[in-house]
Design a binder for this molecule. Structure first.
Ligand SMILES: [Zn+2]
Length: 333
C-alpha cells in the first residue's frame, strides 16, 4: 500500500472547490511517456497551474503502472526544481472500468480515480460507482463517475453514438453513489474525429468543418440540480488545424479531423465544469513536430532530435490551454 500523500500528490477536492468559486477549470492532461510528462510539468510550473495527470488503462499497458507511479512522484520533485514552490499535482486514473482496477490504483498511490460505469444500466452504474467510492474514500482518494455516453474512441473506450446526460438523474446518482465529481455528456467526444462530416457544416470561406455546438442547456439543467458540484468534460481537445495541416503536409493523412472550438470550452470553464480533459491535442502537437523534423532532415536518427522539438511544441500547447482556455494559471503558487 502506497499513500499518495507520501508521494507529495493531492486529491481533487480542494482544486475543484477553488475552481468552481474562481470560474476556471483544472487541466487534465494524459501522459504516456517521459517527454509528455516533462512538458506538462514545465507548462504548469511556468504558469503555476494546478494539474491532473491522467493515466488511462492504455497508458498503464504501454508504460507499466509501477513506472508511471514513480514518474508521477518524480514529477513533484521536478516541479519544485523548476521553482514551483507548492506544486498541486493530482495523479488520476482515467476511465477505470472495474472495481479491481480502481482499487489497485488507490493501493498504488493514485490520488484520484475515475470509475466509468456509463455503458452499464443505470442501477449497475450506481452500484459499481458506490463500491469504488466506499473503498477510495477510506484513503481520502477522490472519485469521478460518469453519466451519459460520449461518442468516439479513447484507448479501450469506444462508443458509436453519444447519449446526453439526463439532468433528471443527476441528484439521485450523486447522492446514492457519493462520488466527488461527475463527467457528463453534452456533445464532446473522444479522439481527433469528434464529428462525422455530415454532423458538421462547412465554412464557405475555408472549406473547413464547423462542428455542432455543445448542449449548454443540458449543462445548465445539471448545474441547477447540483449547485456547486464539480462537473467534468471528457473529449475536449480542439484539434488545432495548424497541427493537422503540418501533419498532412509532411506525409501524414488526417482528413477532416475536427474538435471542440476553444470558445465553447472557455465558456464551459467559467461554469460548474472544473475539469477539462485534453489528450488528442497533445498527440497532434507531438506528431506534427516529429513529422516535420523527419521530413526536413531525413538523415536524423537521434530520438532526442525529434522528441525534443515535440516536447517544446507540447509545452506551448499546454500553456496555451492553461492561459487562454481554462484560466487556471496562477491558481497554485
Ligand atoms: Zn474520456
Amino acid at each position: 500500500m502506497v499513500n499518495y500523500k507520501d508521494l507529495g500528490l493531492v486529491n481533487t477536492r480542494e482544486m475543484f472547490a477553488k475552481a468552481i468559486d474562481g470560474g476556471y477549470a483544472i487541466p487534465a492532461f494524459n501522459f504516456n511517456n517521459m517527454e509528455q510528462l516533462q512538458a506538462i510539468i514545465k507548462a504548469c510550473a511556468e504558469t503555476k497551474s494546478p494539474v491532473i495527470l491522467q493515466v488511462s488503462s492504455g497508458a498503464r499497458k504501454y508504460a507499466n503502472q509501477t513506472l508511471l507511479r514513480y514518474m508521477a512522484e518524480g514529477a513533484v520533485e521536478y516541479a519544485k526544481e523548476l521553482g514551483w514552490e507548492h506544486p498541486q499535482i493530482c495523479l488520476h486514473l482515467d476511465h477505470g472500468d472495474t472495481f479491481e482496477l480502481c482499487k489497485s490504483c488507490v493501493d498504488f498511490g493514485f490520488s484520484s480515480v475515475m470509475i466509468d460505469g456509463s455503458s452499464l444500466p443505470y442501477e449497475e452504474n450506481i452500484a459499481l460507482t458506490k463500491k469504488v467510492v466506499e473503498y477510495a474514500h477510506q484513503y481520502d482518494v477522490t472519485v469521478e463517475a460518469e453519466l451519459g455516453v460520449l461518442a468516439g474512441v479513447e484507448d479501450d473506450v469506444v462508443a458509436e453514438e453519444s447519449h446526453y446526460t439526463k439532468p433528471e438523474e443527476v441528484i439521485d446518482f450523486a447522492t446514492r453513489t457519493g462520488c466527488d465529481s461527475l463527467a457528463i455528456s453534452i456533445g464532446t467526444s473522444h479522439g481527433a474525429y469528434k464529428f462525422k462530416p455530415e454532423q458538421c457544416t462547412r465554412d464557405p470561406q475555408t472549406g473547413k468543418l464547423v462542428p455542432p455546438p455543445l448542449a449548454f442547456d443540458v449543462l445548465e439543467e445539471v448545474e441547477k440540480r447540483l449547485p456547486g458540484f464539480p462537473i467534468v468534460l471528457h473529449g475536449s481537445s480542439s484539434v488545432p488545424q495548424e497541427y493537422v495541416d503540418i501533419i498532412n503536409t509532411h506525409g501524414g493523412n488526417l482528413p477532416d479531423a475536427v474538435g471542440i472550438p476553444e470558445d465553447q470550452l472557455r465558456k464551459a470553464a467559467k461554469s460548474a465544469v472544473c475539469k477539462i480533459n485534453i489528450d488528442s491535442d497533445s498527440r497532434l502537437a507531438f506528431t506534427a513536430a516529429v513529422r516535420k523534423v523527419l521530413a526536413e532532415k531525413p538523415g536524423e536518427f537521434d530520438p532526442r532530435k525529434y522528441c525534443g522539438p515535440a516536447r517544446d511544441e507540447m509545452v506551448k500547447l499546454y500553456k496555451h490551454k492553461i492561459i487562454e482556455v481554462l484560466g487556471s494559471d496562477g491558481k497554485a503558487e
